[in-house]
Ligand binder design. Structure first.
Ligand SMILES: *[C@@H]1O[C@H](CO)[C@@H](O)[C@H](O)[C@H]1NC(C)=O
Ligand SMILES: *[C@@H]1O[C@H](CO)[C@@H](O)[C@H](O)[C@H]1NC(C)=O
Ligand SMILES: *[C@@H]1O[C@H](CO)[C@@H](O)[C@H](O)[C@H]1NC(C)=O
Ligand SMILES: *[C@@H]1O[C@H](CO)[C@@H](O)[C@H](O)[C@H]1NC(C)=O
Ligand SMILES: *[C@@H]1O[C@H](CO)[C@@H](O)[C@H](O)[C@H]1NC(C)=O
Ligand SMILES: *[C@@H]1O[C@H](CO)[C@@H](O)[C@H](O)[C@H]1NC(C)=O
Length: 437
């Protein structure tokens, strides 16, 4: 790891050495640790962790959390937080957690390697409303929370962005093996699985931007249309569904763009169809509902009594700010929006609410048959909408300005740089997974 990536606060993340080092003998270490733990607990018990004290002691508490996850029920820890509302606060170095080149991130998201000159976008942390703490990502805590489990991400390129962020955060701190990765320039990022042997944890990603079965453009970029079967889950992930313990689903962008939709192999309508196709306009909302419903049903029925957590991630909007996507200034901001600076919530609200509705409907259905399915919403819409500065922009390719400012050049104003704001999605995911039901 290059020095630029060391977190400034040594308590914020474990050093990347593979185990907790102690130069003394094991029993001495254990006693020292117990003593420290006792003092720390005493401190926490006598000082009620309100506002300022919480901030003051959070590195300490996190250190305890990291090392001894059984202390995670310390007083004050049971407070329920709503991570979806809040604001970005200045926190130098907070997002400088790994070197994306070393974790094989998609090159177009490796902004630093591609020469992005400004780095302030790495200096913010998400502060949930009401003073609720959101600890920095802790790889050890994450792997402990999913010990022995298989975590699968299914969906579009935002699901992939988050999955890759997780891999980078975890591989920076723990040994890993790449179990498989499809062959091909595009496919190699679209189907893969890592294993973390210290905790017997698997993390997989399945490219399926409609969640359900699709042919056409999403599998072959030379085809213009998408043909989407709303009644059938994506075949690749559905084949592995019995092995999943935690599933993160994220989709919407491709449904917003449009497709031709099928049920029982018959066309039932389309959204933004090619002009020569004379068919019913379905809009995007109903197909999006159906895509989630079919997928959640498949995951529910294959859970068969075993505990499974389904996390439905909400929509992250892009920031082309009304400019054409090939305008080289489409997203060149270097600061987050302040809350209220841009009234952009209406852009994502409808899409986000569909995810909430489907989560609610799925909870109602799984209550009926006593299934051990837990359904959570990972609501990142607001925090993502405030980060126009976190995208690769022109730096989706190496040294875009080597020959001066071009007249036209495509900018990526949707995905986030790695490292970058998307790491926060995983900070919240960790809190969701640690929360008791
Ligand atoms: C990231 O890692 C690559 C490969 O090890 C290295 O060449 C590069 O200098 C590192 N970048 C930084 C900014 O440390
Ligand atoms: C420690 O863990 C508890 C329970 O999981 C959590 O509520 C708390 O925010 C954590 N504290 C820190 C500083 O990580
Ligand atoms: C969190 O806050 C958002 C925005 O106010 C709201 O839509 C959502 O329902 C809240 N979530 C929970 C779990 O209370
Ligand atoms: C597909 O058709 C079946 C039976 O005709 C119906 O029950 C189901 O709701 C339809 N699904 C969708 C996504 O339209
Ligand atoms: C489209 O279909 C409708 C109803 O089937 C028909 O009335 C209309 O003439 C068709 N339009 C074209 C351009 O084919
Ligand atoms: C679910 O549990 C309730 C109460 O324990 C029981 O009455 C009901 O029959 C169960 N339903 C199913 C589908 O197992």
């Amino acid at each position: 790891m290059g020095s630029a990536y060391q977190p400034l606060d040594p308590y914020n993340q474990k050093p990347s050495s593979k185990k907790y080092g102690c130069f003394l003998s094991k029993p001495v270490c254990a006693w020292l640790a117990c003593g420290f733990l006792f003092l720390a607990l005493l401190h926490l018990l006598c000082c009620s962790p309100d506002g300022t004290q919480q901030a003051l002691f959070s590195p300490l508490r996190q250190y305890i959390n990291n090392t001894y996850s059984f202390v995670s029920s310390v007083p004050g820890g049971g407070r329920s937080c709503n991570y979806s509302v809040g604001n970005w606060v200045w926190a130098p170095g907070h997002a400088r957690r790994y070197n994306a080149t070393e974790c094989n991130a998609k090159e177009s998201h490796d902004c630093i390697r591609n020469g992005r000159p400004d780095t302030r976008y790495l200096d913010w942390r998400w502060q949930p409303a009401g003073g609720c703490p959101l600890p920095a990502f802790d790889a050890g805590a994450f792997l402990s929370a999913v010990h022995g489990k298989h975590v699968a991400f299914i969906g579009d390129s935002m699901a992939r962005n988050q999955a890759q962020s997780l891999i980078c955060l975890l591989t920076a701190a723990f040994p890993y093996r790449l179990l498989y990765r499809d062959v091909g320039e595009v496919r190699k990022y679209n189907f893969w699985r890592y294993v973390f042997p210290t905790h017997d944890v698997k993390v997989s990603y399945y490219w399926n931007p409609f969640l359900v079965k699709a042919t056409g453009k999403s599998v072959d970029d030379t085809i213009r249309e998408n043909h989407v079967h709303l009644d059938t889950p994506g075949d690749r992930w559905a084949a592995d569904a019995d092995t999943f313990d935690v599933v993160v689903l994220a989709a919407a962008h491709w449904l917003l763009n449009g497709a031709i939709y099928y049920n029982n192999s018959e066309v039932i309508g389309a959204h933004n169809p090619p002009p020569e196709l004379n068919t019913t306009g379905l809009g995007y909302a109903w197909p999006l509902h159906m895509a989630y419903r079919t997928s959640v049903e498949r995951l529910r029925s294959s859970a068969a009594g075993r505990p499974r957590t389904l996390v439905l991630a909400t929509f992250s909007m892009s920031h082309f700010e009304g400019k054409p996507t090939d305008d080289p200034t489409a997203c060149t901001r270097t600061e987050p929006y302040k809350d209220g600076e841009k009234d952009n919530e209406w852009v994502f609200r409808e899409v986000r609410d569909i995810v909430y509705d489907e989560a609610e409907a799925a909870r109602a259905r799984s209550g009926e048959d006593n299934s051990s399915l837990r359904i959570e919403v990972l609501d990142v819409s607001k925090l993502a909408s405030l980060r126009p500065d976190g995208h690769p922009g022109l730096y989706m390719r190496p040294n875009p300005l080597a020959n001066g400012m071009p007249e036209k050049m495509y900018s990526d104003c949707l995905h986030f740089c790695l490292p970058g704001p998307v790491d926060t999605f995983n900070e919240i995911l960790l809190q969701i997974l640690r929360k008791k039901r």
